[in-house]
Design a protein around this ligand. Structure first.
Ligand code: ZN
Length: 235
């Protein structure tokens, strides 16, 4: 890890606004989207320099939103920087699959035992904002367990209406295969009843992936030396 560190060099070469390396700059596609719900992103510290990370993009695209990097905060109020009650916020619950069936809703509120609540409309309407855990599966799990106040938040599970734009670029399985910005976009679209939100929110993410693919050598056959190219921090 030590040889890979060099975060200062990476930051110095990055765009000051979108924080991507200049070859991946997505500022041209940034157009902040106003939402009624607040988006709070808790970012695992090791996720910060990922070239394909989307937490900062989500923060730039969503208003209001806040991104904080760390492992634990004493309360939602501390993470948010202003008084707030966790019971009025939704958090994506790790380890729960969306309920199956023909009436599969894009966003489902769960009770304490993980079962869908009877009155979904009331549970979702009571939310002031959503909390996203940004990191790999294990990083998100660490954030979950280190912040017990998350247990007071309404547990949400997302049934993504579309597969992730990441496609095959992901180098490890993620908790729901969605980028953080995608989870925010789909959840906000469901909460606000606005199916047009994801396309607007995700524009810089789509550009990021286009630019990233353009910097990559032609991809080897599936299964050949996975992830080696992606692990490089400099482009
Ligand atoms: Zn930029």
């Amino acid at each position: 890890m030590a040889e890979e560190a060099a975060p200062d060099a990476a930051t110095a070469a990055a765009c000051a606004r979108c924080r991507k390396p200049s070859a991946l700059c997505v500022c041209a596609a940034l157009a902040p989207v106003e939402t009624r719900h607040f988006t709070l992103i808790l970012q695992h510290p090791q996720e910060r320099d990922e070239p394909l990370g989307t937490a900062w993009l989500a923060h730039l695209q969503l208003r209001p939103s806040r991104l904080v990097a760390g492992l634990s905060w004493p309360s939602l109020t501390a993470a948010l920087g202003r008084p707030a009650s966790a019971s009025r916020w939704g958090v994506f619950y790790l380890g729960a699959a969306a309920p199956e069936g023909p009436a599969r809703a894009p966003l489902t509120a769960l009770g304490r035992r993980g079962a869908p609540l009877a009155d979904q409309a009331a549970a979702l309407a009571a939310l002031d904002g959503i909390i996203l855990l940004d990191g790999s599966w294990s990083e998100a799990k660490a954030l979950w367990w280190r912040n017990p106040w998350l247990l007071k938040a309404r547990r949400l599970v997302l049934a993504p209406p579309a597969p992730s734009l990441y496609g095959k670029l992901r180098r490890e399985p993620r908790r729901d295969s969605l980028a953080t910005i995608e989870a925010a976009a789909f959840a906000l679209a469901a909460l606000e009843g606005d199916p047009g939100l994801p396309a607007r929110i995700l524009a810089p993410f789509a550009l990021l992936l286009d630019r990233y693919r353009a910097t990559q050598p032609r991809r080897p056959a599936p299964g050949a030396s996975p992830g080696v190219a992606n692990r490089r921090r400099r482009h």
